[in-house]
Design a protein around this ligand. Sequence first.
Ligand SMILES: *[C@@H]1O[C@H](CO)[C@@H](O)[C@H](O)[C@H]1NC(C)=O
Ligand SMILES: *[C@@H]1O[C@H](CO)[C@@H](O)[C@H](O)[C@H]1NC(C)=O
Ligand SMILES: *[C@@H]1O[C@H](CO)[C@@H](O)[C@H](O)[C@H]1NC(C)=O
Length: 443
Amino acid sequence: MVRTSIIAVALAAASTVIAQNCGLKSKCPKATPCCSQYGACGTGAYCLGGCDPLSSFSLDACVPAPVCKGQKFEFKNMDGITDETKYLGDSSKTDWVASGKPTIFNDNLLLTMPPDSVGTLLASSTYMWYGNVKARFKTSRGVGVVTAFILLSDVKDEIDYEFVGVDLKTAQSNFYFHGIPDYHNSQNISLTDTFSTFHTYEIQWTPDTVTWLIDGQEGRVLERKKTFNATTNQYMFPQTPARVQLSLWPGGLPTNGKGTIDWAGGLVDWTNAVDIKNNGYYYATFDWVEISCYDAGSSSLGSNKGTSYTYNNEAGTNNTVVLGDKKTVLKSLLGTGLDMDAGDSSASSSGTKPANTAGLVPGLNGADPRPGADSHESSAGSSDPSATAGASPSPTGASDGQFNQGASSSSKSGADKLAGSQEKVLKGSVFAGIVAVVAMMAL
Ligand SMILES: *[C@@H]1O[C@H](CO)[C@@H](O)[C@H](O)[C@H]1NC(C)=O
Ligand SMILES: *[C@@H]1O[C@H](CO)[C@@H](O)[C@H](O)[C@H]1NC(C)=O
Ligand SMILES: *[C@@H]1O[C@H](CO)[C@@H](O)[C@H](O)[C@H]1NC(C)=O
């Protein structure tokens, strides 16, 4: 439950650029037409994964979303994982778009969360429109620490597994239609220790049902027909193309809403927690993730033929999703769905400096007024996390201390977000970290 809580929006004091907020009732202006997953207007990465067409300047301001691609990701190395500051939408080269500090250790992907960071988020570069997704992982642990494995669509349909680090025997399942909070939607599934034991968590999603399975055992089934809302005359059932997101984030930050902090079990201990002491960060361990696209048969509903998903109507329901052949790649972070070639470096030299540099990648310091964002900047993110992969965080807590992320946290941004004019917290979904400074764009 506790998904709903009022949050105070704290603008980072030192921010030089203040991105405009956006929501269903306050769409973005033409100059910065894209409403990011976190509810702020910009161009570039704001227009890629997570861009909300319903809150953007127009439905076509967001870059078309790459269609589903069935694949198993083994995380043997960092290939296919691209920092979000370097991603322009080419899902043929990138499987996962990352913020924060992912790293590879023992053929597993670690999502890390060093002190005073906002953790790590990986989002799939392609979208699933129904289908199955499975992940084998161990959660993090500790007060205020949240591990999540979710599907999140650009119009905020959502299917979740979430784990709070104070309860290692529970997987919390949840779902949303258009991000509308309803505490009845949450249900717990009991299991054995999620921190020390790998489990396989699966979401089977069809136009009529969502099934959560753990280690092959059905834990919960949601039927579309039970989600009908007679007032709005629609099914409040997740039904739009969604990215897979893996994340580790601090629910227990003082800047988060009280509901979120309580839900997460209290404030994160950045000093004395066992994983901070032993390894210098909290971590969640992903062995693999497997995406199987929906077999839509002859129907276009849920199909992945073609290259792109877009929306043709503000309703944002499954019958307004268009399966097409649009381009999904920007020429630079100055681009938007309205002008995909903007900032093309072959056309002009380093000349055009964007007026609003912080508005190119959501979460860059000052760009998103999100709680949890702090004001000190860092460029440490440019270092390749895989470089440290030889060392060892001991999952049992007996680390030799070698494994050092160089952690002085460059990631920032908050776990909370403001969606539309409703203030609400979308916990796991709503989170991102940013590593590098603006640098790269506009070159
Ligand atoms: C699920 O488990 C969490 C954590 O133990 C608890 O706070 C919450 O109340 C439970 N929710 C339901 C719906 O039982
Ligand atoms: C139906 O939708 C309206 C508008 O979103 C919402 O206020 C109401 O709570 C919903 N009813 C149910 C039973 O979910
Ligand atoms: C999806 O769209 C189809 C028709 O296009 C409709 O029959 C079905 O109810 C929709 N599903 C949901 C969950 O709204």
